[in-house]
Ligand binder design. Structure first.
Ligand code: SAM
Length: 243
């Protein structure tokens, strides 16, 4: 029997993913981290797990503030890149977020819609349970998810983006469960086709996961300035939960 490799294992591991999204920059990541740190009032020596850290843009900044930071991601290439920044207080490793990492932290951050990729909804719950296991008692977790309601309302069906000389043709559609994106392009005479899918999870879905694992929902913000969440207008749905 052949098992098809899950899309999130391949697409996020390509250089093309990083080319297409290169505008998601360090400045935005640092601004968000400043707001979050101010809100959370973490102890200066706190340990932070950046779960699905990508190339480590949040991890690197958090470690520069003195926190003990671990960045985990499924993408071997992203972790290989991030590892060049390792310090005494900054470590990276390849890890699947559905499995419990065998250490506990004061805070776990899951940033920039690094959630809701799985076909099986049990994997979402498994991930939330793993985050719960990875926290010390009274630890805090942050889930920075897109506002799926607004994203669905404002879906751009077709879009062309030219980045670094590559023409990316993007299509988007939605059904009851997911927002789907296809990414097609040519590079050096070869055609490539990838997809992304993110589950349309609303606040009530997350509340159900949180309740099932024993998390207390403390606050919900709607953007990186930490304005209150509004289901019609907010771009983000940033949930702060306590163990
Ligand atoms: C949208 S990117 C965000 C990356 C990073 N947090 C940032 O803001 O730059 C999503 C990340 O989730 C990672 N990812 C996808 N599925 C994963 C899994 N099952 N376990 C761990 N990481 C995963 C991808 O490799 C990718 O780096």
């Amino acid at each position: 029997m052949t098992t098809k490799t899950a899309w999130f294992k391949t697409w996020f591991d390509t250089t093309y993913y990083h080319i297409l999204y290169k505008h998601r920059n360090d400045e935005e990541a640092q601004h968000f981290m400043q707001q979050l740190i101010q809100y959370l009032k973490l102890n200066k020596t706190a340990s932070i797990l950046d779960l699905a850290c990508g190339k480590g843009r949040h991890s690197v900044y958090l470690s520069s503030l003195g926190y003990q930071v671990t960045g985990l991601d499924l993408s071997k290439n992203s972790i290989a890149y991030a590892s060049q920044f390792e310090e005494d207080n900054l470590k990276f490793a390849v890890h699947d977020m559905r499995e419990t990492y065998p250490y506990q932290f004061d805070a776990v951050f899951n940033l920039f819609t690094s959630f809701g990729y799985f076909n099986d909804d049990n994997d979402n719950l498994k991930t939330i349970q793993a985050v719960h296991n990875e926290l010390k008692s009274n630890g805090v977790a942050v889930f920075d998810f897109l506002n799926a309601s607004k994203a669905r309302e404002n879906l751009i069906a077709e879009e062309t983006k030219v980045v670094d000389g590559i023409t990316f043709e993007l299509t988007r559609r939605t059904d009851q469960k997911f927002i789907y994106k296809t990414i097609d392009f040519e590079d050096q005479g070869e055609h490539f086709s990838f997809k992304e899918q993110v589950r349309c999870l609303k606040l009530e879905h997350f509340k159900s996961y949180f309740e099932q694992v024993g998390f207390q929902l403390e606050a919900v913000f709607g953007d990186y300035d930490l304005s209150p969440f509004d289901v019609i207008n907010s771009n983000r749905m940033i949930m702060i939960v306590r163990k």
